[in-house]
Design a protein around this ligand. Structure first.
Ligand code: HEM
Length: 123
């Protein structure tokens, strides 16, 4: 049986598997590889902190995701289908690895943040 997301190590696993998919994704992978030219060694720990703060209120995330995605959109247009696809990949990754209250919560939080981000980015 799958277990729930319990700690930072579980968050790291989730984030690593998610971005392994993103890296080879034909619909949105190019935003990371070609548009933002993401330095993964820097980006992954930022994402561990982001999600750890969301699930466990660690207060260890300092970033400005809304601004980052606005800047990304200015370089190469994002659209609702991109956000939807991001969410499908994220939820599928959570379901592959975990089950439980926190797994449900992180999927819901991702959906809600994506909705706000989409409105702010595309406005
Ligand atoms: C179409 C969907 C999305 C695409 C293509 C995308 C792409 C990116 C890229 C390329 C970066 C790196 C920017 C940089 O460092 O220059 C980034 C950063 C980030 N993304 Fe996304 N993203 C998407 C949706 C989301 C969603 C839905 C969330 C949250 C639920 C999210 C959370 C973050 C966070 C926290 C950062 C780091 C921000 C920071 O360093 O301040 N992204 N994203």
């Amino acid at each position: 049986m799958k277990s729930d997301i319990k700690n930072r190590a579980d968050i790291e696993k989730l984030v690593n598997v998610f971005y392994d998919k993103i890296k080879t994704d034909t619909e949105i992978g190019y935003f990371f590889s070609d548009v933002a030219k993401v330095d993964w060694e820097k980006h992954l720990p930022i994402m561990y902190n982001f999600w750890e703060n969301i699930l466990f209120s660690t207060g260890n995330f300092e970033g400005n995701p809304m601004l980052k995605h606005k800047e990304l959109h200015q370089k190469s247009k994002l659209n609702p289908a991109h956000f939807l696809h991001w969410n499908v990949l994220f939820s599928d990754t959570v379901d592959e690895l975990f089950a439980g209250d926190r797994a449900t919560e992180i999927k819901l939080r991702a959906k809600n943040i994506a909705a706000v981000m989409m409105t702010k980015t595309l406005e």
